[in-house]
Write a protein that binds this ligand. Structure first.
Ligand code: SAM
Length: 250
């Protein structure tokens, strides 16, 4: 491990896994199970173990995007992984692509996009939210994700760059859509995420006026399966409604 590397530290306590996220440095990391000298990680690699001063053993792992999703600092409600999956699958985002995203919020969607695409530019209207998202992006080591503070409704008009994918998760997406075609490459995709039917209807109206093709609105339901001694069935507690995803193409 090198200075500045971000690591997951996983331990088992009373039969349950507990995990912490930390950065390799010369500092001490205090947690429920004692103190870990983070400098010790310099001699380690992923898969090795490290012990706290109380003798608790932790396995070291390199975090991946689902880990950054769980550990990112939250501002607005982040998009859920199930919905990220739909956006990635239906836009076909790949490593040659550039993506424009707004609003950044906690930066979850921008980071997922950045873990795949060549470059992501994300706009967030609130300065404090943009600062948190920049911190999250930095911790995830995503140098290809740029978070700018600004109102996407205005900023999209001044952009002189074209993107393969545009993602909109803002309440005013309908006001951004009239200018999306100007920044989308031919064959590129727009993906919007909206929690309410009314907002989604406005988005569809705006998309139709702007003359997109191949328009579809979907909702993804996630159901985990519970395995107990009594039997196997869908879990009774579940992720409820999150949002509707509308995909459109130029
Ligand atoms: C639901 S959150 C986005 C969550 C984000 N997709 C994520 O995964 O973390 C919506 C964000 O859009 C921002 N926003 C609202 N209107 C905006 C605009 N016109 N331009 C840029 N950001 C905007 C809000 O401040 C908020 O942070």
């Amino acid at each position: 491990m090198r200075l500045g590397d971000v690591v997951l530290l996983k331990t088992i306590h009373k039969g349950k896994m507990r995990e912490f996220i930390a950065t390799v440095s010369d500092e001490k990391f205090h947690n429920d199970f004692g103190i870990i000298e983070l400098g010790k990680l310099l001699e380690k690699e992923a898969g090795d173990t490290v012990h706290s001063h109380m003798g608790q053993e932790f396995v070291i792992q390199k975090p991946r995007m689902p880990d950054f999703f769980r550990h990112a600092k939250r501002t607005g409600a982040p998009i859920m992984p199930k919905d990220v999956g739909m956006i990635l699958a239906y836009t076909g985002l790949n490593k040659e692509d550039t993506a424009l995203d707004a609003g950044t919020g906690s930066g979850i969607l921008a980071m997922y996009l950045g873990s795949i695409a060549k470059r992501v530019l994300s706009y967030e209207i609130r300065e404090d939210f943009a600062a948190v998202a920049q911190e999250n992006v930095k911790r995830a080591g995503l140098e290809n994700v740029e978070v700018r503070c600004g109102n996407i409704v205005d900023k999209i008009i001044d952009l002189d760059e074209k993107f393969d994918v545009v993602t909109l998760d803002t309440i005013d997406a309908k006001d951004v859509i009239p200018n999306v075609k100007n920044v989308l490459k031919n064959g590129g995709f727009l993906a919007t995420y909206s929690p309410f039917f009314e907002q989604t209807k406005d988005i569809r109206t705006s998309i139709n006026k702007a003359g997109f093709m191949e328009v579809t609105t979907i909702e993804c339901m996630e159901r985990s399966i519970s395995f107990t001694d009594r039997g196997t069935r869908p879990a009774t507690a579940r992720v409820g409604h999150t949002g509707f995803i509308t995909i459109a193409r130029v």
